[in-house]
Ligand binder design. Structure first.
Ligand code: ADP
Length: 452
């Protein structure tokens, strides 16, 4: 037991004992006891009063002098108060440092509470989103009005970002990202990506303009070289080989230019025609014929297995280009007489898949993740010799991106490769779905296309 409390008990017993003896001597035991107890109570009340005054004064100095148990209570309260004050000071320092750091951020940060109401924001957010003090506690959706952003908020998606024009200045492009850090507490991060987007557009425009400019001279060059060779005038002359070379290189450059134009068209993400039902099996049959002609005397065996009832919603021209790139690559990189398989099927996870398999030499694992980069080749000389531009798989990747699909590549050295385009189930369209309430206009297009 605490010794202070022992002293309280001892003191009370002594006072009561002395007052009892005094009462017996004076013959007034009751009055003496009452007087002693009143004295004790008065002393405690006085100490309590002084403590109350000290607490209310909010003073930082030590409490008034006290005795006995009250000295201990005063000290405990004083220590508690000091600790509390230190904690508050530390918290205030931390908060001010946090605010300074948040203010120094080049990106905007907005803390959102329940119903996505604004709790706090830094000055970058105020600049980018046009927030003011009076906007505190208002829902962010009232201030940033953009359909994509509203969809992001509604879906509560914390994995992706949306790009929206700034509500303050339409020419400023912002990337907005939502991060959840507690229940009903989100952080909205905004970054100004105008410069990045402008740079990308400049690069795209440059490539596209250059390609357009190169197209005509290349056509003229190759046309003249071809005519000169066809005329027979240079047959067996020293100019025959240089002319053939000029023609080959001009055609090669023309192919690169065409691929670059295709890529920049895909990248620009410009206005798209509405998606249409695409008869994949029909496209693949034509591609197979083209692959056989490309193979020619190299005598590849090209097989096709395609589920004719599975159609795809998308852009026929783009899909044709992506699929043929994969099949022609298989022809190019598989030794003569090799086996190439084209398969169009619905997988166990209900996704729709186009796989192109070959039993060629395969691709070393360290190259797989980089194959879709533009101009990336495993063997540059081999690709050139095979008539490749290094842009085929980049085109495939972009086409698939525009169709919410992805490319999977598996390859084993010495055994061959499998390139699979995996489309989401929602892109698939089959006659059975008509019963399940498909979009009527889509189904009408499907029927027309099927009849054709
Ligand atoms: P390229 O025009 O050079 O074929 P791609 O982008 O189409 O460019 O392909 C990139 C590289 O991937 C090729 O250079 C080749 O090395 C490799 N590649 C593509 N398809 C296959 C395949 N079926 N088998 C082996 N290698 C392949």
């Amino acid at each position: 037991m605490n010794t202070a409390w022992l002293w309280v008990g001892l003191r009370l017993v002594t006072v009561l004992g002395v007052s009892l003896v005094l009462g017996l001597v004076l013959g007034e035991v009751a009055w003496c006891m009452v007087a002693a107890l009143s004295g004790c109570l008065g002393w405690h009340l006085l100490s309590l009063y002084r403590l109350d005054r000290w607490l209310k004064a909010h003073r930082t100095d030590r409490p008034p002098k006290a005795y006995g148990i009250w000295a201990q209570v005063y000290d405990s309260l004083y220590n508690l108060r000091s600790r509390n004050r230190q904690g508050k000071r530390r918290l205030a320092q931390f908060l001010s440092r946090f605010r300074e750091a948040a203010e120094a951020l080049p990106d905007g940060a907005v803390a959102l509470g329940p119903e996505r109401r604004i709790l706090w924001y830094n000055s970058a957010a105020a600049r980018m989103l046009g927030l003011r003090r009076r906007d505190l506690n208002r829902p962010i959706s009232n201030l940033v009005r953009n359909p994509e952003f509203t969809a992001l908020l509604r879906a509560g998606r914390f994995d992706g970002a949306v790009e929206v024009p700034s509500p303050v200045n339409e020419s400023v492009q912002l990337s907005l990202r939502l991060v959840n850090y507690d229940e009903d507490q989100d952080l909205l991060l905004s970054a100004d990506i105008t410069r990045l987007r402008n740079l990308e557009r400049t690069r795209r425009d440059f490539v596209s303009n250059m390609s357009h400019e190169l197209r005509t001279p290349l056509t003229v060059l190759s046309g003249y070289a071809e005519s000169m060779l066809d005329s027979g005038e240079f047959l067996n002359s020293p100019w025959q080989r240089p002319l053939q070379h000029i023609n080959q290189q001009a055609v090669r450059m023309f192919t690169v230019v065409e691929d670059l134009l295709t890529l920049s068209r895909l990248e620009s993400g410009g206005r798209r025609q509405p998606d249409e039902p695409v008869p994949v099996h029909g496209i693949l049959a034509v591609i197979r014929e083209d692959a056989l002609s490309l193979s020619g005397s190299r005598a590849h065996e090209v097989t096709l297995s395609a589920d004719a009832s599975e159609w795809l919603l998308g852009q026929e021209r783009e899909l044709r280009s992506a699929f043929s790139n994969l099949v022609f690559n298989a022809v190019r990189y598989t030794p003569d007489g090799g086996r190439i398989g084209i398969h169009w099927y619905r997988d166990q996870d209900r996704s729709l898949c186009l796989s192109v398999t070959d039993n060629g030499e395969g691709i070393p694992a360290q190259h797989l993740s980089r194959l879709t980069e533009r101009f990336y080749r495993v063997d540059v000389a081999r690709s050139r010799e095979a008539g490749g531009t290094g842009l085929g798989l980049a085109i495939v990747k972009h086409v698939l991106l525009r169709h919410d699909a992805r490319l999977e590549i598996q390859s084993q050295i010495g055994q061959g490769s499998v390139f699979t385009c995996r489309f989401d189930d929602k892109r698939g369209i089959t006659p059975d779905r008509q019963l399940a309430g498909q979009n009527p206009s889509t189904m009408a297009a499907f029927k027309t296309a099927k009849q054709a």
